[in-house]
Design a binder for this molecule. Sequence first.
Ligand SMILES: N[C@@H](CCC(=O)N[C@@H](CS)C(=O)NCC(=O)O)C(=O)O
Length: 238
Amino acid sequence: MQQAASTVFPPKLTLYYSPKACSLASHIALEESRLPYEAVSVDIRAGENVGPDYLKINPGGIVPALVAGDAVITESQAILAYIADLAPESGLMPRPGTRVRAKAHEWMNWISSSLHVTYRSIFRPQAYAGESPDAIAAVREHAGKKLAKMLVEIERRLGDAPYALGEDFSVVDAYLFVFYLWSFDERIQAELPERPRYAALAARVWARDAVRVAVTRERAVRAYELPPQFASDPVTEK
Ligand SMILES: N[C@@H](CCC(=O)N[C@@H](CS)C(=O)NCC(=O)O)C(=O)O
C-alpha cells in the first residue's frame, strides 16, 4: 500500500538558509541529526529572500524555513525542536516532560525574542527607527549597550557547565553559536565585554564535525569571516 505524502516519516526535509544568518542553527541541527535533508541557499544580502521563488515557499520572506513533506515550518525555535524530535537518538533536545527540556525552550525563546532582536536593532536599525538619521543612531547606540548587558547575562546563565543545558550538546548550543559569530560583526560599534564562558562554549561547538560541515557549506556560498580564534583553522582556509 502506498503511503500518503503527509504521513511519510521522516518527511522529506529541505532547509532554506542564508549564509551566517540565524538559519545556521537549523543547518547545524540537521547536520547533527544525521537525517537526510537538502540545504538550499537563499542569500539575504543578495535579496533572494524577497524574490518570487522564495516568497512562494515562505511568504514572510525570512529564513530559516524548513519544508517538511507538505508543511512549511518557520521560526528557529520550532524548527530546532522539530529536528531534535525527528531524531531523538541524536540527543539534540532533552526528553519531553523534563525540566531541562523547559530550560531548552527558555533559552531558545530568549535568544529569539531578545538576543536576536537586539542584534537586529544594530544591523538594521531602520526596522525600528524609520529613516531619520538621529533615530537610527539612537536605536543603534541603545542596542549596543543592551547587547553588552546581554553578553554578561549569557556568561551568568552559562555558569560552569560545558554546554548551555549542562553536560551535553543540544540545539541550544548551535543557536548560541550563531550569535557568538555575530558578536564579531564589524557593524557593532559598542564596546562588548569579555565573554570567556561563551567563547569556550563556541570553541566546543566549533570542534564538532557537523558544525564544520554546515559552516563550510555556507562559506562556499558566501565566504563570511569567522572570529579570530576560528579563522586560522585549516578547515576554513580552503
Ligand atoms: N523569529 C525568526 C526570525 C528570523 C529572521 O529574522 N531571519 C532573518 C535572518 S537572521 C531574515 O530572514 N531576515 C530577512 C529580512 O528580514 O528581510 C526566527 O527565529 O526564525
